[in-house]
Design a protein around this ligand. Structure first.
Ligand code: AMP
Ligand code: MG
Ligand code: MG
Length: 329
């Protein structure tokens, strides 16, 4: 049955299933209490949850789609664990080496609802070689280690021709009641020209509410917030969670005038937000490109809004000298 489903839809369906499994890994590591924190750089941490969730996602997708270029945040083998070196012997053609990954971490399920989606015509002929997948196995690591668990997400962004066309934002600690049963975790998805699912979209708030970083602020970040003339500024962790706030009507604009975010932070959120009618660019108003050869940092910041009008409002408010300061950093 799945052989007839276009590749891009299959990759999205697999990504939804593997994000659910990765979310369980994130919860399991926390409940065991051994986080294994490694400092990758200033204000930049990795835990056992980041490492295991990435292994699960990359190994599962690589096993099914060996020619897809998968780029994960935790690819760089760190000195202590050397974890990911064996996963990509040749860039662009992933190969999982037997025995490296516990078999229960390799997921071959594909979400049935997603498999039933209609694929946009222009994506029907996409081949594995055309796809770059950007993986942030745990977005909001600072918040994860500090107990702000609702801010944590698992991000899988799927790009074709440098554009994010589909994405998954999984929230491992979201809690809700359904038919008297407590459900933990939810998975939000988006596919270009098809739409979004996994949550109930809500209109933007009546007053201007901005969402921004909780743990990576600096004077430029604050300056960009001041000029927005917002009724309220929410400070929360993770690019995924901030875009969820936009999607659910908790905030209308996400402003981050800093070079700290990377392509794996914005690929999935941009894909989902765009599929819902929103827009994500840098602070200059330019779109990021998600090809395999792109540099990882989103050097010129992040500006996202629930619609083009609010995006334009924010873009016009940012002074040229602030844009120049980021562009010339
Ligand atoms: P935040 O909004 O601060 O939670 O950041 C969103 C994403 O970008 C998270 O994955 C952060 O780890 C990353 N990020 C933002 N700023 C920095 C920074 N200065 N150093 C390292 N990572 C950052
Ligand atoms: Mg991140
Ligand atoms: Mg991360």
């Amino acid at each position: 049955m799945t052989a007839n489903v276009p590749l891009i839809v299959r990759v999205l369906a697999s990504s939804v299933s593997v994000a659910n499994r990765a979310g369980k890994i994130v919860r399991d590591v926390m409940s065991k209490g051994e986080l294994g924190i490694v400092e990758k750089g200033k204000d930049d941490y990795q835990t056992e949850a980041d490492r295991s969730a990435q292994r699960c996602i990359v190994a599962s997708l690589a096993a099914q789609y060996p020619k897809v270029n998968i780029i994960g945040e935790e690819d760089q083998p760190d000195n202590e664990t050397g974890l990911f070196a064996t996963l990509h012997p040749q860039p662009g053609t992933w190969k999982v080496i037997d025995g490296d990954i516990a078999s229960d971490l390799i997921i071959s399920d594909a979400d049935k609802e997603i498999l039933g989606l209609d694929c946009p015509i222009h994506l029907q002929g996409v081949k594995e070689e055309d796809i770059v997948v950007w993986v942030d196995p745990l977005d909001g690591t600072s918040e994860y280690t500090q107990g702000f668990l609702e801010h944590v997400t698992v991000l899988i962004g799927i790009s074709v021709n440098e554009k994010p066309v589909a994405g998954v934002i999984h929230q491992p600690y979201y809690k809700t009641m359904l038919g008297g049963e407590k459900i933990i975790g939810r998975t939000i998805w988006g596919l270009q020209e098809v739409g979004v699912g996994g949550f109930t979209p809500a209109p933007p708030p009546d007053s201007l509410i901005i969402t921004t970083t909780r743990s990576h602020s600096n004077p430029l970040v604050e300056k960009a917030l001041q000029v927005m003339n917002a009724a309220q500024v929410l400070r929360v962790g993770g690019a995924g969670y901030k875009v969820l706030q936009l999607l659910e009507g908790k905030a209308s604009i996400y402003v981050f005038a800093s070079s700290g975010c990377k392509k794996w932070d914005t690929c999935a959120p941009e894909a989902v937000l765009t599929a819902a009618g929103g827009k994500l660019t840098d602070i200059l108003g330019d779109f990021y490109k998600y090809g395999g050869g792109e540099s990882k940092p989103n050097k010129t910041g992040v500006l996202a809004a629930v619609n083009g009008e609010l995006h334009n409002y924010a873009l016009k408010r940012i002074p040229q000298e602030l844009k120049d300061a980021l562009a010339n950093k």
